[in-house]
Design a protein around this ligand. Structure first.
Ligand code: KG4
Ligand code: ZN
Length: 341
């Protein structure tokens, strides 16, 4: 079963050809990060326009690198949501056009199902289910229980900002550009994570949910109170900023790992999955690995290129959806707030 998968939900234009939901035949990602960097975040209208320019060449490259012709595909998969509506529609229209012209079935995919399925592309052997899946990206921070492939029960979510959003907002505040995660990850290695006492409070009502807007505000107040000067040159960032981001990162990672451990003790899954753009974070990877070892559970984390947005993960999730009979018609529409059923 070979399918072409298309992903355009945010600022990456991506296409991939995936076999049986496991084997990547091609995986092309064209990122717009540099274009949005000057605005400190993704500008939806600009993202849509760049998707329109990029979608044809990206699909063309994915097909030629896979060595396949459109006619030999079994299906065309596309991210239906959640995401930016203008961006989603570019991928959906392209997928519909290919499906119509080449008479192929269309498979709509939930973006988060893609992130959850990403480790299946790189895992050697089977991933023991049920799995406890922590999805941490720029738009989402959620913990799911996956009793079987393609089934997801939401256990916890963020009440406000996503973890990646907090990284991006703190980076913007400190003049570190966009996206914030990778640069904070790098600078934190030069900083003292104990220099600032940032903690993320637990929910007062005992809910397992996450919250990351408070820590972002705490960093903002600290910067104002102490008059911390934003970075001007990324090659020459002050020790003060390195200490600040190291402490911020420590608190965010501690909150994520703590919730994963508590839920693992309660749910007793067969494995742990850590995925989404923030799963690229080196401290989070280290701390999650330590926690998994302590729990005696295998941890599956996609390689960085499959943690951040890509289309191969959409192809992996599409294979699961396809086997469940999910199909889209020519009336398929983007849904910016699509729920993961
Ligand atoms: O999954 P993704 O590529 O797109 C969404 O679906 O949102 O995630 C992007 C997010 C951004 O907020 C970015 O700052 C964050 O992932 N990110 C990181 C790292 N690399 C990317 N956050 C922390 N540490 C990193 N190394
Ligand atoms: Zn994503």
């Amino acid at each position: 079963m070979r399918l072409l998968a298309i992903e355009t939900s945010c600022d990456e234009t991506a296409a991939a050809v995936v076999e049986d939901g496991r084997r990547i035949l091609s995986n092309v990602v064209s990122t717009q990060a540099e274009i949005h960097a000057r605005y400190g975040g993704v500008v939806p209208e600009i993202a849509s326009r760049h998707h329109i320019e990029n979608i044809g060449p990206v699909i063309g490259r994915a097909m030629s690198e896979s060595g396949m012709e459109f006619g030999a595909l079994d299906a065309v998969a596309v991210t239906q949501g959640p995401g930016l509506i203008g961006s989603l529609l570019v991928g959906i229209q392209a997928a519909k056009a290919i499906a119509l012209v080449h008479d192929k079935p269309l498979v709509p995919v939930h973006h988060i199902a893609g992130h959850i399925q990403a480790p299946f592309l790189s895992a050697e052997g089977e991933i023991p289910l049920p799995a406890l899946c922590l999805v941490v990206s720029g738009g989402h921070t959620s913990l799911f229980e996956m009793p079987a492939e393609g089934k997801y029960h939401l256990l916890a979510k963020t009440r406000d900002d996503a973890a990646g959003e907090a990284f991006d907002k703190v980076a913007k505040l400190l003049g570190l550009g966009y996206p914030g995660g990778p640069v904070i990850d790098r600078l934190a290695q030069r900083g003292n994570p104990e220099s600032h006492d940032f903690t993320i409070a637990r929910m007062k009502d005992g809910s397992p949910d996450f919250s990351f807007s408070g820590i972002k505000t705490a960093v903002l107040y600290h910067v104002r109170r102490e008059g911390v000067a934003p970075a001007i040159d990324l090659a020459n960032v002050s020790q003060e900023i390195c200490d600040l981001v190291a402490s911020f990162q420590r608190a965010v990672v501690a909150s994520l790992v703590r919730r994963m451990v508590l839920s693992a003790k309660e749910k007793r899954p067969g494995s742990l999955i850590l995925t989404g753009g923030v799963a690229a974070n080196s401290l989070l990877r280290r701390e999650a690995a330590k926690a998994a070892e302590g729990l005696g559970l295998p941890l599956f984390v996609p390689p960085i290129a499959l943690s951040t947005d890509n289309a191969a993960m959409i192809g992996a999730a599409a294979f699961v959806a396809w086997r469940k009979g999910t199909r889209g018609g020519m009336d398929l529409n983007g849904d910016p707030h699509l729920n993961l059923a």
